[in-house]
Design a protein around this ligand. Structure first.
Ligand code: NIG
Ligand code: FE
Length: 415
């Protein structure tokens, strides 16, 4: 990283500041986006110092002056749902997928998440850390400056804490901002098959320790057929809430169990996946502050036909974010730009909705609404200069990296 104190970005063709609306953006407001044309942004000591027309600012003094050549500039993206820390990989499961073996059947046979659990238990803290840093670099290369990271490949005390400590250290040492989530309730390991409640109790026993060591802000659970039921999820998450954790849920991903409804009932910060949410679930979501974090990359990768009903959710008035769900099994990509294309093509979200979904709403989904996802004076200078003429171009031209330069707190992070 360089250590320039002031950087002036001028001759910006389109600047998205993403601050048209107060707080998380819901319903039809998601489609309202103002664009500042021919603008400039001055970053000083890591913070946005001034925003204004390029003609008025381009003569200003700065340690570095960058001609953006009429390109697009936006806030750094926020990826609000990743399984960043894991051992091994699962390319050997690709053939099973091709033969049509369902994701939950692979899991039932001890593969899937449970295969990554074995690799993660075996991996040293150092190995996990180096791997997490590798993936964080790649996440950043796609324009992301704030990321959420879940545990969930341990399901035993030692490995869950190992994953959370790795995430914490990675967050401290990597320029990206990292928000940590405890997902100890991610699958049922062999020893607990007959008594999943016992596994949940053991994971809940870690809550206090995780709080005391400041290892996670959120608690998450995989509520799904063959994993945890609605009743188990309610009890477990309520305990976490009572201890002061904010909540997330892997909800209504494959079978419609009513996870969306439960996320709303518990006041979860987000309900994630929601691919098979019912009409009732969608209407509850729309009447709540719970953000729907939709993961179209996962549906694409699992080869499933049913993408989350983003249109119905937005039309009902919900707040929607999108994310990679980066993990070694159901969505093996760090590329949030690709997810933006899938959101457009498969969920029919408009470019304006998509930009809200990867900036301001994604930031609110991880309680970073006051810090990330917008460009305004006094805020941390997390900014991306894109090799693109306008904001519609990013979801349109799919599968490649459009980033020209990523600035994290005013410092060049990637170009
Ligand atoms: O969000 N659905 C559960 N958890 C992850 C997948 C994890 C894995 O397959 O390793 C998800 O899709
Ligand atoms: Fe996930």
């Amino acid at each position: 990283m360089d250590t320039k104190k002031t950087t002036l970005l001028y001759n910006i063709g389109q600047l998205l500041t993403m601050d048209d609306h107060e707080g998380q953006v819901r319903g039809k407001d998601m489609n309202e986006l103002s664009v500042k044309e021919n603008y400039a942004v001055l970053m000083k000591d890591g913070v946005i110092e001034k925003i204004g027309p390029s003609s008025e600012m381009e003569k200003m003094e700065a340690d570095e002056k960058v001609d953006c050549e009429g390109k697009l500039v936006t806030p750094g993206l926020v990826d609000p749902h990743t399984h960043l820390v894991f051992g091994g990989s699962r390319e050997h499961e690709m053939a099973l997928k091709q033969q049509g073996v369902p994701y939950l059947d692979i899991l039932k046979q001890g593969g899937g998440i449970l295969s990554t659990v074995r690799s993660t238990r075996e991996a040293s803290e150092k190995e996990l850390y180096e791997k997490a840093m590798f993936h964080l670099n790649r996440i950043a290369s796609f324009g992301v400056t704030t990321v959420e990271a879940k545990s969930g490949y341990g399901m035993d005390r030692e490995t869950e804490l190992k994953q959370l400590r790795v995430a914490k250290k990675a967050g401290e040492n990597h320029p990206l901002d990292l928000v940590s989530t405890f997902l100890g309730a991610h699958a049922i390991t062999e020893d607990y098959k007959e008594d999943p409640e016992k596994l949940l109790d053991e994971m809940a026993d870690l809550f206090q320790e995780i709080k005391d060591e400041d290892l996670a802000e959120f608690v998450d659970i995989f509520t799904e057929t063959g994993v945890f039921t609605i009743e188990q999820s309610r009890r477990y998450l309520q305990k976490a809430k009572d201890l002061g954790f904010d909540l997330k849920m892997h909800a209504d991903e494959i079978d419609p169990l009513g996870g969306t409804d439960l996320a709303v009932e518990l006041g979860a910060r987000s309900g994630d996946h929601l691919a098979v949410a019912t009409d009732e679930g969608i209407s509850k979501l729309a009447d709540s502050d719970t953000i729907g974090v939709l993961l179209p990359g996962t549906i694409f990768y699992l080869g499933k036909g049913e993408f989350a009903r983003a249109r119905d959710m937005i039309e009902a008035g919900a707040s929607i974010a999108i994310s990679t769900d980066f993990n070694p099994g159901s969505s093996v990509t760090e590329n949030l730009q690709l997810i933006m294309s899938l959101a457009a093509l498969k969920m029919k979200m408009t470019p304006e909705e998509i930009w809200h979904a990867v900036t301001v709403n994604a930031a609110h989904a991880i309680n970073r609404g006051d810090e990330a996802g917008q460009i305004n004076v006094g805020r941390k200078a997390d900014v991306v200069v894109w090799d693109a003429p306008n904001y519609m171009y990013i979801p349109y031209h799919y599968g490649v990296n459009h980033v020209r330069t990523v600035y994290k707190a005013g410092q060049k992070l990637y170009e």
